[in-house]
Design a protein around this ligand. Structure first.
Ligand SMILES: NC(=O)c1ccc[n+]([C@@H]2O[C@H](COP(=O)([O-])OP(=O)(O)OC[C@H]3O[C@@H](n4cnc5c(N)ncnc54)[C@H](OP(=O)(O)O)[C@@H]3O)[C@@H](O)[C@H]2O)c1
Length: 284
């Protein structure tokens, strides 16, 4: 069984490749990357595939039994077409199964919703493809917060607009394991799964970081408008607005969802503290 993983040069794609290799061996895993040299370290065959090129995907999906489509990073108007290039190429090559990395979040009411909507459209395209399918809705990665700890320490606080809202964080490592299972076990076919851990508040996030990283952070809530202004100043209009939308969604409960992780993997999702400890260990 040959399984291909798109965006293998990215952190999620690389994690899925690594877990797949553990399950089925490196000769059965193919990484697809827009920038192949960035995926060479994975030690599997790498083929070139840019989501903008249907022709490239027609060529690279030849001989593939199952493909994992990692959602793209482009603006919402471009993503649906990019994902369709992969889906149509999979159909043309008689790929049997497609697995898609979607997202948890509110389809309406915040600045992240247009991105959630594009993910929902791709979910529909995949369900209508005629292939066997599995969809994972990923929680928010915890790693970006951990990579940002030095800045949090300088500022003495974690500041955003999530208020008391709870967020079910996950990690790329946990997701990689879940997707490897979804790709290799037929019992998951035709299911949509929430791939998330326990729900915690931002206050709890700060306390857990303090426990694991020996910091002294507190959580400070800001209004959505003030936080959006701060983030767009730092990150530009598109990304700043999206980030503010994500925390507004957390505030409104969009990321407090039940988890299907144990159904998929047969074991509980790691707690936030356990994910932080694993992250710290990987940095050492
Ligand atoms: N759940 C969350 O918290 C969260 C947070 C951020 C993003 N996401 C979503 O999860 C996805 C994967 O995250 P990640 O951590 O792996 O991100 P990442 O490490 O930044 O990697 C992004 C990947 O997307 C690839 N890519 C971008 N445009 C492409 C195109 N036109 N054709 C083919 N590949 C393209 C990049 O390829 P190159 O190496 O060639 O640049 C790279 O491999 C993201 O794309 C995004 O949709 C989720």
């Amino acid at each position: 069984m040959k399984i291909a993983v798109t965006s293998a040069s990215g952190k999620l794609g690389a994690s899925i490749v690594k877990h797949l290799v553990n399950l089925i061996g490196k000769d059965n895993v193919i990484g697809i990357a827009r920038t192949p040299e960035k995926a060479a370290h994975l030690g599997v065959e790498i083929r070139k595939g840019d989501y903008n090129s249907r022709e490239q995907f027609d060529a690279v999906l030849s001989g593939i039994d199952a493909v994992l489509l990692v959602s793209g990073m482009d603006t919402p108007d471009k993503r649906i077409v990019q994902h369709r290039n992969v889906i149509e190429a999979a159909k043309q090559n008689s790929v049997k199964k497609i697995v898609y990395t979607s997202i948890v979040g509110a389809e309406e009411n915040n600045a992240f919703s247009p991105i959630v909507q594009t993910n929902r459209q791709t979910e529909k395209d995949i369900q209508n493809s005629g292939l066997e399918w599995v969809i994972g809705r990923n929680g928010i990665y915890i790693e970006p917060d951990l990579e940002y700890i030095d800045t949090y320490v300088k500022e003495g606080e974690i500041r955003n607009c999530a208020a008391e809202g709870k967020c079910t964080y996950t990690s790329r490592e946990e997701l990689g394991y879940a997707y490897a299972k979804m790709l290799t076990e037929d019992k998951h076919n035709n299911h949509i799964y929430n791939l998330v851990g326990n729900a915690i508040t931002q206050k709890q996030l700060a306390e857990d970081i303090n426990t694991v990283f020996n910091t002294n952070l507190v959580f400070k809530n800001e209004s959505v408008e003030a936080y959006k202004a701060e983030r767009t100043e730092a990150l530009g209009d598109f990304m700043g607005t999206v980030i503010a939308g994500i925390y507004e969604g957390i505030k409104e409960g969009a990321n407090d969802v039940p988890s299907d992780f144990e159904t998929v993997t047969g074991r509980p999702h790691l707690s936030a503290i356990e994910m932080m400890e694993a992250f710290r260990k990987a940095q050492d």
